[in-house]
Design a protein around this ligand. Structure first.
Ligand code: TGC
Ligand code: FAD
Length: 392
């Protein structure tokens, strides 16, 4: 259970009035689930560097996997603001929980729904929506992170199947996944997506150990050593880097919302603590230096909420541009990591303890500010949008 009252979660600009009753119900149900399922075990999972047992099935049960995927394929057919609110609530619990849901929804279900054949949608989407099947997304490679167009993983047409070779690195849920959506170059050097299934000969998923960040999430590699991939596992609907980058648009949008949840968890904890902790005979919250921090946190959270809400409106109308999404991802992750770091100071020594969430969120957000495009890559995307000049 959270250390602060859930009624103290900020809505300083009355944004709730812009949400529908359905949005608020969805948010409340995910919030309740996070309180009951995630909060009691997240510190231990992170301290022990283990994933949360049964997480994906639980996420499936609350409708957090592919919420905007059509109902006929097992999704809930919800709008983009609902998706954002779900991500926000999950990341108030932990970035690892939001990561699990955003990879499954935006990086695995989204490409199958957008670019997959009817057979692929029927075969994979309902199981992914329920959490019975876990997916991963392979774009990054050992030698190519920010620059995925230089990827080396490739496949050859062998007549009755494709032969896949290469390796992906830093892959969320790779050690747990049943399938991986893998982006690789065909013989013409064009990027295409393949669905690789666990059990295919030559496909292995070694785990990456010793992370100091996202410790409640499994990360690993995807290694392909002459893997025979059936032809029906190629995603037929897209060729080129715009395939994986379209998935990133959806995931980055979800992250923009998600990190507001991490910031809220830190902010609410700091406000509560500042009222309870006395030094020099008065609550530390009575001192101007601490109030300055709290006032700036609330200002930044409110700005981030407004950014996301309007981005969600644009996304619902299919008008959000990749550059607008980059701006929100970059701004909001920086906002959240700054609040995690500064709010930890308000708790003094107690701020380093697992009983409070700041160190965990701050460490997690070091990954979030790096994955799905680094802080600097998103700045360069904005710079390109302003000037028309590519500075990569
Ligand atoms: P560039 O030449 O600009 O573009 C190549 C083609 O792609 C199109 N495009 C996009 N399409 C859709 N959405 C976008 N956001 C797009 N950006 C570009 C573009 O129009 C072009 O299409 P076409 O038809 O003309 O071929 O590409 P570039 O090689 O210069 O690279 C651009 C750059 C650097 C912005 C991009 O590659 C990039 O975003 N790099 C960052 C890599 C990244 O974000 N990787 C994320 C890996 S997945 C991950 O981190 C998951 S974490 C999961 C978790 O646990 O939550
Ligand atoms: P690099 O690209 O080597 O960048 C190193 C530094 O150089 C960065 O600061 C970067 O901003 C800077 N830089 C790079 N290019 C330029 C430039 N042109 N100008 C100025 N500066 C530049 N990937 C997946 O495909 N699937 C996943 O599920 C996934 N999950 C992840 C989970 C975790 C926990 C982490 C940490 C990463 C994950 N990633 C995943 C990979 C992630 O997307 C990459 O780490 C990220 O894109 C950066 O790539 P890189 O680490 O190779 O850094």
């Amino acid at each position: 259970m959270s250390y602060y009252s859930l009624t103290s979660i900020p809505d300083y600009y009355g944004i709730d009035a812009l949400l529908t009753e359905e949005h608020k119900l969805i948010r409340q149900s995910v919030r309740d689930w996070v309180e009951g399922f995630v909060m009691p075990q997240i510190d231990q999972a992170a301290q022990n560097h283990t994933d949360i047992p049964n997480l994906m099935k639980e996420l499936g049960q609350i409708g957090a996997l592919g919420p905007y995927i059509p109902e006929e394929y097992g999704g809930s057919g919800l709008d983009q603001i609902s998706y954002g609110l779900i991500m926000q609530e999950l990341e108030r619990g932990d970035s690892a929980v939001r990561s699990a849901a955003s990879v499954q929804s935006s990086l695995v279900m989204f490409p199958i729904n957008e670019f997959g054949s009817e057979e692929q949608k029927k075969k994979y989407l309902p199981q992914l929506a329920s959490g019975d099947m876990i997916g991963s997304f392979g774009l990054t490679e050992p030698n190519h992170g920010s620059d995925p167009s230089s990827m080396e993983t490739s496949f050859k047409d062998m007549g009755d199947h494709y032969l896949l070779n290469g390796a992906k690195m830093w892959i969320t849920n790779s050690p747990l996944c049943h399938i991986a959506v893998v982006w690789a170059k065909n013989e013409e050097g064009k990027v295409q997506g393949l669905i690789v299934e666990r059990g295919m000969e030559g496909f292995t998923t070694p785990e990456t150990h010793n992370k100091w960040s996202l410790r409640a999430s499994k990360t690993g590699e995807l290694v392909f050593n002459n893997v025979k991939v059936p032809k029906e596992n190629l995603l037929p609907g897209v060729t080129g880097l715009k395939g994986p980058l379209s998935c990133l648009n959806s995931a980055r949008y979800g992250i923009s919302w998600g990190v507001i949840g991490a910031a809220i968890d830190c902010y609410c904890t700091a406000v509560q603590y500042s009222k309870e902790r006395n030094q020099f005979g008065k609550p530390i919250g009575s001192y101007q230096l601490q109030q300055k921090k709290l006032a700036e946190f609330l200002t930044e959270i409110t700005k981030a909420q407004l950014l996301c809400l309007q981005l969600g409106n644009l996304k619902n109308e299919h008008k959000a541009t990749p550059a607008q999404i980059s701006m929100a991802k970059r701004n909001n992750v920086k906002m959240a990591i700054d609040i995690a770091r500064e709010s930890r100071q308000i708790l003094g020594g107690m701020g380093i303890m697992g009983e409070f969430p700041m160190m965990r969120h701050a460490a997690n957000l070091e990954s979030v500010i790096t994955y799905e495009g680094t802080h600097d890559v998103h700045l360069l995307i904005t710079g390109l949008d302003i000037t028309g000049i590519n500075a990569f």
